[in-house]
Ligand binder design. Structure first.
Ligand code: SF4
Ligand code: SF4
Length: 166
Protein backbone atom coordinates (compact mmCIF):
# COMPACT_ATOMS: atom_id res chain seq x y z
CA UNK A 1 0.00 0.00 0.00
CA UNK A 2 1.33 3.39 -1.05
CA UNK A 3 0.89 5.14 2.30
CA UNK A 4 2.45 2.28 4.23
CA UNK A 5 5.54 1.36 2.19
CA UNK A 6 5.55 3.67 -0.83
CA UNK A 7 4.55 0.86 -3.20
CA UNK A 8 1.15 0.90 -4.90
CA UNK A 9 -0.89 -2.22 -4.20
CA UNK A 10 -3.15 -3.94 -6.73
CA UNK A 11 -6.32 -2.15 -5.58
CA UNK A 12 -4.55 1.19 -6.03
CA UNK A 13 -3.06 0.65 -9.47
CA UNK A 14 -6.07 -1.18 -10.92
CA UNK A 15 -7.99 2.10 -10.57
CA UNK A 16 -5.75 3.54 -13.28
CA UNK A 17 -6.95 1.11 -15.96
CA UNK A 18 -9.60 1.49 -18.67
CA UNK A 19 -12.49 -0.92 -19.31
CA UNK A 20 -11.71 -4.50 -20.33
CA UNK A 21 -12.88 -3.78 -23.91
CA UNK A 22 -10.60 -0.75 -24.18
CA UNK A 23 -7.65 -2.68 -22.74
CA UNK A 24 -7.73 -5.13 -25.65
CA UNK A 25 -8.26 -2.47 -28.34
CA UNK A 26 -4.75 -1.04 -28.36
CA UNK A 27 -2.04 0.62 -26.28
CA UNK A 28 -3.00 3.05 -23.52
CA UNK A 29 -1.28 5.15 -20.89
CA UNK A 30 -1.40 3.95 -17.30
CA UNK A 31 -0.63 6.91 -15.08
CA UNK A 32 0.47 5.68 -11.67
CA UNK A 33 0.29 9.08 -10.05
CA UNK A 34 -1.62 8.67 -6.80
CA UNK A 35 -1.24 11.81 -4.72
CA UNK A 36 -2.08 15.45 -5.21
CA UNK A 37 1.17 17.25 -6.00
CA UNK A 38 1.91 20.47 -7.90
CA UNK A 39 2.94 18.87 -11.20
CA UNK A 40 1.52 18.80 -14.71
CA UNK A 41 4.09 18.14 -17.51
CA UNK A 42 2.16 15.03 -18.46
CA UNK A 43 -0.84 17.15 -19.37
CA UNK A 44 1.20 19.48 -21.60
CA UNK A 45 3.20 16.67 -23.23
CA UNK A 46 0.21 14.89 -24.74
CA UNK A 47 -0.07 15.92 -28.40
CA UNK A 48 -3.74 14.99 -28.65
CA UNK A 49 -4.98 16.22 -25.25
CA UNK A 50 -5.80 12.72 -24.03
CA UNK A 51 -5.01 13.69 -20.45
CA UNK A 52 -8.09 15.39 -19.09
CA UNK A 53 -7.83 19.09 -18.24
CA UNK A 54 -6.83 19.82 -14.68
CA UNK A 55 -8.72 22.48 -12.75
CA UNK A 56 -5.70 22.96 -10.51
CA UNK A 57 -2.00 22.02 -10.89
CA UNK A 58 -2.39 19.68 -7.89
CA UNK A 59 -5.05 17.56 -9.58
CA UNK A 60 -4.28 13.89 -10.14
CA UNK A 61 -3.99 13.33 -13.92
CA UNK A 62 -6.69 11.24 -15.57
CA UNK A 63 -6.51 9.69 -19.04
CA UNK A 64 -9.30 9.94 -21.58
CA UNK A 65 -8.97 6.37 -22.86
CA UNK A 66 -11.19 7.09 -25.87
CA UNK A 67 -8.55 9.56 -27.08
CA UNK A 68 -5.28 8.02 -25.89
CA UNK A 69 -3.44 6.14 -28.63
CA UNK A 70 -0.54 4.92 -26.50
CA UNK A 71 2.04 7.09 -28.29
CA UNK A 72 4.10 7.27 -25.06
CA UNK A 73 5.07 10.94 -25.46
CA UNK A 74 3.98 11.56 -21.87
CA UNK A 75 6.06 8.68 -20.46
CA UNK A 76 9.46 10.37 -20.71
CA UNK A 77 8.13 13.75 -19.59
CA UNK A 78 7.01 12.64 -16.15
CA UNK A 79 9.62 13.61 -13.53
CA UNK A 80 8.25 10.92 -11.24
CA UNK A 81 8.64 8.12 -13.85
CA UNK A 82 5.03 7.32 -13.04
CA UNK A 83 3.63 6.75 -16.52
CA UNK A 84 3.63 3.46 -18.42
CA UNK A 85 2.08 2.39 -21.71
CA UNK A 86 0.41 -0.99 -21.74
CA UNK A 87 -0.36 -2.85 -24.97
CA UNK A 88 -2.40 -6.03 -24.77
CA UNK A 89 -3.48 -6.01 -28.40
CA UNK A 90 -0.66 -8.12 -29.87
CA UNK A 91 -1.85 -11.34 -31.55
CA UNK A 92 1.25 -13.14 -30.23
CA UNK A 93 -0.34 -13.41 -26.80
CA UNK A 94 2.55 -11.39 -25.37
CA UNK A 95 2.17 -7.89 -24.00
CA UNK A 96 4.23 -4.74 -24.55
CA UNK A 97 5.14 -2.42 -21.71
CA UNK A 98 6.75 0.98 -22.28
CA UNK A 99 8.53 2.83 -19.49
CA UNK A 100 11.01 5.61 -18.88
CA UNK A 101 14.61 4.46 -18.39
CA UNK A 102 17.40 6.53 -16.83
CA UNK A 103 20.10 4.00 -15.99
CA UNK A 104 23.28 2.82 -17.72
CA UNK A 105 23.91 0.77 -19.72
CA UNK A 106 20.97 1.38 -21.99
CA UNK A 107 19.88 -1.93 -23.51
CA UNK A 108 19.43 -2.33 -27.27
CA UNK A 109 16.50 -3.66 -29.26
CA UNK A 110 16.63 -7.46 -29.19
CA UNK A 111 18.39 -7.67 -25.81
CA UNK A 112 17.04 -9.88 -23.09
CA UNK A 113 16.39 -8.14 -19.77
CA UNK A 114 14.86 -9.13 -16.45
CA UNK A 115 11.55 -7.46 -15.63
CA UNK A 116 11.36 -6.22 -12.05
CA UNK A 117 8.33 -5.56 -9.87
CA UNK A 118 7.51 -2.31 -8.07
CA UNK A 119 9.46 -3.70 -5.09
CA UNK A 120 12.44 -4.56 -7.30
CA UNK A 121 11.82 -8.31 -7.27
CA UNK A 122 12.68 -10.32 -10.37
CA UNK A 123 9.54 -11.38 -12.23
CA UNK A 124 10.41 -12.82 -15.64
CA UNK A 125 12.58 -12.54 -18.72
CA UNK A 126 11.58 -9.88 -21.24
CA UNK A 127 12.78 -8.79 -24.66
CA UNK A 128 13.58 -5.20 -25.56
CA UNK A 129 11.49 -4.25 -28.59
CA UNK A 130 11.88 -0.46 -28.64
CA UNK A 131 14.42 2.10 -27.48
CA UNK A 132 13.77 5.81 -28.01
CA UNK A 133 16.92 7.85 -27.68
CA UNK A 134 17.16 9.89 -24.50
CA UNK A 135 19.58 12.45 -25.97
CA UNK A 136 16.64 14.48 -27.17
CA UNK A 137 14.92 14.27 -23.83
CA UNK A 138 17.28 15.13 -20.96
CA UNK A 139 18.78 11.62 -20.99
CA UNK A 140 15.48 9.89 -20.26
CA UNK A 141 15.10 6.99 -22.67
CA UNK A 142 11.90 5.20 -23.53
CA UNK A 143 12.14 1.43 -23.30
CA UNK A 144 9.59 -0.98 -24.74
CA UNK A 145 9.71 -4.58 -23.56
CA UNK A 146 7.78 -7.66 -24.59
CA UNK A 147 6.77 -9.97 -21.76
CA UNK A 148 4.14 -12.48 -20.71
CA UNK A 149 0.75 -10.86 -20.24
CA UNK A 150 0.41 -12.02 -16.67
CA UNK A 151 3.21 -9.63 -15.62
CA UNK A 152 2.04 -6.52 -17.46
CA UNK A 153 0.68 -4.75 -14.36
CA UNK A 154 3.45 -5.97 -12.06
CA UNK A 155 6.60 -5.26 -14.08
CA UNK A 156 7.69 -1.66 -13.64
CA UNK A 157 11.47 -1.68 -14.20
CA UNK A 158 14.13 -3.81 -15.81
CA UNK A 159 17.56 -5.15 -14.98
CA UNK A 160 20.00 -5.47 -17.83
CA UNK A 161 21.50 -8.93 -18.28
CA UNK A 162 25.29 -8.82 -18.72
CA UNK A 163 27.29 -10.77 -21.28
CA UNK A 164 27.59 -13.73 -18.87
CA UNK A 165 23.80 -13.92 -18.70
CA UNK A 166 23.77 -12.70 -15.06
S1 SF4 B 1 0.25 7.82 -24.37
FE1 SF4 B 1 0.25 9.51 -25.89
S2 SF4 B 1 -1.92 9.86 -26.32
FE2 SF4 B 1 -1.84 8.66 -24.43
S3 SF4 B 1 -1.87 10.19 -22.77
FE3 SF4 B 1 0.29 9.76 -23.21
S4 SF4 B 1 0.92 11.31 -24.70
FE4 SF4 B 1 -1.34 11.27 -24.67
S1 SF4 C 1 4.03 14.50 -14.76
FE1 SF4 C 1 4.08 12.55 -13.64
S2 SF4 C 1 4.26 13.11 -11.46
FE2 SF4 C 1 3.62 14.96 -12.59
S3 SF4 C 1 1.36 14.96 -12.43
FE3 SF4 C 1 1.90 13.94 -14.36
S4 SF4 C 1 2.00 11.74 -13.83
FE4 SF4 C 1 2.07 12.89 -11.90
Amino acid sequence: MLKKNGVACKEEYMEKLPSDIRKERGPFAMIECFQRIPCDPCFYSCPIKAIKPMSDINDIPRVDFDKCNGCASCVVKCPGLAIFVVDLSKPSGKAILKMAYELLPVPAVGDEVIALSREGKELCKAKVVEVRDGKINDKTYLLGIELDREYIYEARAVRVVDSDGK
